[in-house]
Design a protein around this ligand. Structure first.
Ligand SMILES: Cc1cc2nc3c(=O)[nH]c(=O)nc-3n(C[C@H](O)[C@H](O)[C@H](O)COP(=O)(O)OP(=O)(O)OC[C@H]3O[C@@H](n4cnc5c(N)ncnc54)[C@H](O)[C@@H]3O)c2cc1C
Length: 384
């Protein structure tokens, strides 16, 4: 007899969303999260309409709460694409997305999203074990044995690895191949919005990009992308990294530079080298599967990593709710999700060309990608 029906390794965006989806279907679930406390990792993020549809599929009130916690663009709002001198060269019509795709783009602080997911998970009855990592697993046929970092173990009817880029569960399923470095690092922070760019901006120069979006009244989060060898920037102290970035921005329009210069000292810059992996066609084996970055890590080129994790959670939650046959549900889930997520991994890579210093058009509305924004969970559900 299993201790719980489903164990989820990792209480990040994807793991908590899956926990909520499973509880909504009445399935007992334990989320095992390695870190002891919520970290302010990475300032903000943008959720596109497909991510909002996935959240609504999981829990409509959660989707509404996410909108309320972030910035929802007005219908006429645009995000300017500017050159380094601050001149507007194009616009990203972010406000139009809601009418076109039935849900808006929402930009918000990661901590706001994580706090909401934690609260909804607790209210839904998700059992959360913090400060404990999953260290291994064995599929015993009728249940999975899960080894834990405190020396204990548990059994479950399914183990879902939502344990991120360096997933332990993935290693068990797919081997030890390391992720692929995408050729650039990112720095992230939040700061007051300058009057010139109240709704943020996008700047792409060869080998350097800067993006900013609102996360609340008068507040922006920003992400800088810097082409560099792996490991160089993460080795720096955050203050040193920020100073070096400001050095690279010398000569840029003062309002753009100010967004980085005025970074909230209580939430110092986060530095992350960007990695992805070659898409795989299947990531389920028996009673063990993967979700989010553990399954299909992607560069932030398309801003879709969390969106794909939320879609995974909506689809997998729906599949496990509809069948007693867990291995079959996991097999169909991966089969449904692999082609879509592979497309987004490759689209994200394609969009990295500007940061890599290669020539090419920059478009925020690639048709192939925007086609994904209208996603609805029923596309991912098995035929009855
Ligand atoms: C610079 C940057 C900008 C981004 N911008 C966007 C954006 O705008 N929009 C968007 O949709 N996405 C964006 N992303 C991608 C997004 O952050 C990720 O795709 C998303 O966080 C993946 O969620 P996840 O739950 O799969 O993994 P994670 O968020 O990595 O969570 C994994 C969790 O598992 C835990 N864990 C790890 N190992 C273990 C273990 N062995 N046992 C138990 N727990 C474990 C970790 O502590 C963590 O809490 C961005 C990423 C970067 C780097």
């Amino acid at each position: 007899m299993a201790d719980t029906d489903v164990t989820v390794a990792g209480g990040g965006i994807g793991g908590l969303a899956l926990g909520i989806a499973l509880r909504r279907a009445g399935i007992p679930v334990t989320v095992v999260e390695r870190t002891a406390a919520l970290r302010d990792a990475g300032a903000g993020l943008v959720l596109y309409p497909n991510a909002l549809h996935a959240l609504a599929e999981i829990d409509t009130s959660l989707a509404a709460a996410v909108r309320a916690a972030g910035h929802v663009p007005a219908a006429e709002e645009v995000r300017p694409i500017v050159d380094t001198g601050g001149a507007v060269v194009a616009t990203d019509r972010v406000g139009e997305l809601a009418a076109r795709f039935g849900a808006p783009q929402v930009s918000l602080l990661r901590t706001a999203l994580q706090s909401l997911l934690l609260r909804y998970a607790a209210d839904a009855g998700v059992r959360l074990r913090r400060g404990i990592g999953v260290t291994g697993c064995a599929d015993l046929g009728d249940e999975v044995a899960v080894a834990l970092s405190d020396g204990g173990s548990t059994t479950a009817t399914a183990l879902i690895g939502a344990d991120g880029l360096h997933s332990v569960v993935r290693r068990h399923l797919l081997g030890t191949e390391p992720p692929r470095y995408c050729g650039y690092t990112t720095l992230r922070g939040r700061s007051p919005a300058p009057p010139e760019f109240p709704h943020g901006f996008i700047v792409t120069a060869d080998g350097l990009g800067l993006f900013a979006a609102p996360v609340g009244p008068g507040q922006l989060y920003w992400t800088a992308k810097v082409a560099a060898p792996a490991g160089v920037w993460p080795a720096k102290d955050p203050k040193e990294a920020l100073a070096d970035l400001l050095g690279l921005l010398a000569g840029w329009h003062p309002a753009l530079v100010d967004v980085v210069r005025r970074t909230d000292p209580d939430a110092p810059a986060v530095v992350t080298d960007i990695n992805d992996r070659e898409p795989v066609a299947d990531w389920s084996r028996g009673r063990v599967s993967l979700l989010g970055d553990a399954a299909h890590p992607m560069s932030p080129g398309a801003g879709q990593g969390a969106g794909m994790a939320l879609e995974d959670a909506a689809v997998l939650g729906g599949m496990l709710a509809r069948t007693e046959d867990v291995p079959e549900a996991l097999r169909r889930y991966a089969g449904q999700r692999a082609p879509r997520t592979a497309l987004v991994v490759n689209q994200s890579r394609h969009r990295d060309h500007v940061v890599r210093g290669e020539r090419g058009e920059f478009s925020t509305h690639d048709q192939e990608l925007t086609d994904l924004f209208g996603w609805r969970a029923e596309f991912g559900l098995p035929a009855e």
